[in-house]
Ligand binder design. Structure first.
Ligand code: SF4
Length: 345
């Protein structure tokens, strides 16, 4: 008999499973609430179910989960958590508090095979995709921790941790749909941002998805030759096609697209790169986040100087572009942008 992973099911599939066990309709709602609203890890915690149903559930299914096995606290207040899956895979999630909000940065793959040259996760290779249930559980637990530690639920979720979301598209979207629906956490999709290195197939799928999440592109350069050096997958997803796909995304959703741009010293911070970025952005409304690079031991990249960063910012602002300078948090605990790669991995 097949053993089902319950949190990987849709509400409809869960209903069919409970009915198949010979149970009445109101049990579907009860089990669903324990899974998606109360985030339990064991059937024995489902206190309003009869023992006979708990036994049937234990025999036929299990609950996919991610257990917090480590917590690191940065001097700037951000916290990094190591989550261990049932088969021993480690991923990391980060809570980033600021004055008015708490943002969770989540992971969607154990490792990553995109192998961006500047990223610690990229050096690990891919171990496996996280399941819908594991991604949901990671968010559920970060939400709980946010309440316990900072006294408020998460205000934003960014899918910018370990892994490329569009190489695990259905699990990521199904998990986020559960996080943002009434039967789940009821989180506003407008407060969820999915960040991709520019996987065109995923952008096109998201453009047609009924729930409107925010889209961010980790661009880092609009000069093709440098992009192909930094992000090997750009060979198959070139800038001209990416721009067309983003234009189409904007047409379909009406949304402004965020472009993430890490500034590397003498690699992507000169005038040629400023002009190329300004040109690339003409095709759709955008917001540029200029990000300070956080060094990764054994990788040769260096952050741009303050002076070069200011020049880059000013060039774009003078073209009336929307530009923000982002200082990554949590670099002292290797929780900042591009640094996630648990040492035990
Ligand atoms: Fe993978 Fe993102 Fe790192 Fe690139 S930046 S290697 S896509 S985790």
């Amino acid at each position: 008999m097949e053993t089902l992973t319950l949190r990987n099911l849709s509400i409809k599939e869960l209903g069919a499973f409970i009915t198949d066990l010979g149970e009445s309709k109101f049990r579907i709602k009860q089990v669903s609430e324990w899974l998606w609203k109360k985030g339990v890890h064991e059937f024995s915690e489902m206190r309003n179910l009869p023992k006979s149903l708990i036994k049937k559930l234990e025999e036929r299914s299990f609950i996919d989960k991610a257990i917090v096995t480590e917590e690191l606290i940065s001097k700037d207040g951000s916290r990094k958590y190591a989550f261990t899956s049932m088969d021993g895979k480690l991923v990391e999630g980060v809570l980033i508090p600021s004055r008015k909000r708490v943002t969770a940065c989540i992971s969607v793959q154990a490792g990553c095979n995109v192998k961006c040259k500047f990223c610690a996760t990229g050096q690990l290779g891919l171990q496996r995709n996280l399941s819908k249930g594991e991604i949901f559980d990671q968010i559920y637990q970060l939400n709980q921790k946010s309440q316990d530690i900072f006294g408020s639920k998460l205000s934003n979720i960014v899918v910018m941790g370990m892994g490329e979301p569009f190489l695990n598209y259905s699990n990521v979207i199904n998990a986020l749909d559960m996080v943002s629906c009434d039967e789940g956490l009821g989180f506003s999709p407008q407060r969820i941002t999915i960040s991709t290195v520019g996987i065109i197939e995923g952008i096109d799928l998201l453009a047609n998805h009924p729930r409107k999440y925010n889209l961010a592109i980790s661009l880092h350069t609009a000069v093709e030759s440098i992009r192909k050096q930094l992000i090997p997958i750009a060979v198959k997803n070139d800038l001209a096609d990416l721009r067309k796909s983003l234009e189409n995304y904007h047409e379909k959703t009406g949304s402004r697209i965020t472009l993430e741009y890490i500034l590397f010293d003498k690699l992507n911070d000169d005038e040629k790169h400023m002009k190329a970025l300004a040109q690339f952005c003409k095709a759709f409304p955008s917001k540029i986040n200029l990000i300070e690079y956080n060094s990764v031991p054994e990788l040769p990249f260096v952050a741009s100087s303050e002076d070069d960063t200011s020049k880059f910012q000013k060039f774009l602002e003078d073209k009336n572009m929307l530009v923000y300078l982002r200082k990554s948090k949590g670099s002292d605990i290797f929780a900042a942008c591009g640094q996630l790669a648990n040492k035990k991995m």
